[in-house]
Write a protein that binds this ligand. Structure first.
Ligand SMILES: Nc1nonc1C(=O)NCc1ccc(Cl)cc1
Length: 253
């Protein structure tokens, strides 16, 4: 997958491109991340990308033209990576609190694209005319306000990259075994057997995989009911989960 990131702080993106599972996906060429700085598309000596807001008020607003040129360049780069650059194949996504909130369903839907162009704002905002003309999708990572769109863009990239085929290997397959879709995760334990007087649930040491899978599912259901009744409300069990739920219904009261 090809990610073009429009940002005046490209150095921030080493956090995704050079570390961990996302860094390895870049190294393995499963993912390409190209940062494009709108400052490189300015024409004045000061390389201006922001100006005072019309109508007055505090702070600065990002100007449309440098961003428009940066996005056009990103599209040409995407097509050089063999990606179609129409909105259906390579959406321009603006990260902002005004967008629809990102969740696992949206992450799974984002995997379908060959490429995406992530627009990261700073200051008070981006000229509305740029958003009108160039942005296909607006996404928020939550109802709070940050100083810029870079961290939300990295959150989005991380969540999509970990869901690409062959990126997570065994961890992903384990994840699928534990009925994780739509439920909170179960507790996890590892060595040592005892930590500050606390031990490990016996079933996890039994080597009995069916019982272990059942225990994990019950713990996920209990946690989801306790901590996120809203998620539990929406949870629609598949056939296997419905069968298990019936078997364990007294345990999950
Ligand atoms: N919450 C969020 N989910 O996505 N983005 C955010 C967020 O706070 N962005 C800060 C931001 C976004 C645009 C501009 Cl111009 C300035 C600052």
């Amino acid at each position: 997958m090809y990610f073009a990131v429009i940002t005046i702080l490209p150095e921030m993106f080493t956090a995704v491109s050079e570390f961990g599972i996302t860094g390895r996906a870049v190294q393995n060429k499963q993912v390409t991340i190209e940062c494009i700085n709108p400052r490189d598309f300015t024409t004045d000596n000061y390389r201006r990308i922001d100006e005072r807001p019309f109508g007055g008020g505090p702070g600065m607003v990002m100007m449309a033209e440098p961003l428009a040129k940066a996005i056009e360049y990103a599209k040409s780069q995407a097509s050089q990576h063999g990606c179609a650059t129409d909105a259906a194949h390579c959406p321009v996504i603006y990260l902002s609190p005004q967008g629809g909130t990102l969740n696992e369903t949206k992450v799974m839907a984002l995997r379908q694209y060959d490429a995406m162009i992530l627009l990261c704002g700073r200051y008070e905002g981006i000229d509305e005319r740029l958003l009108q003309r160039y942005v296909d999708m607006e996404i928020s990572i939550g109802d709070f306000v940050l100083t810029g769109g870079e961290l939300p863009a990295m959150v989005l990239m991380d969540s999509v990259i970990r869901r690409l085929p062959d990126v997570m290997g065994d961890a992903k397959s384990a994840e699928q075994d534990s009925f994780v879709e739509g439920l909170l995760d179960c507790p996890h334990y590892t060595k040592p057997h005892e930590f500050e007087g606390l031990t490990v649930p016996e079933v996890l040491l039994s080597g009995h995989h069916a019982n272990i899978a059942k225990w994990r599912f019950v713990e996920q259901v209990k946690r989801t009911k306790q901590r996120r009744p809203d998620l539990w409300q929406q949870f629609t069990p598949n056939a296997e989960q419905a069968r298990l739920l019936k078997k364990v219904k007294d345990e999950i009261k």
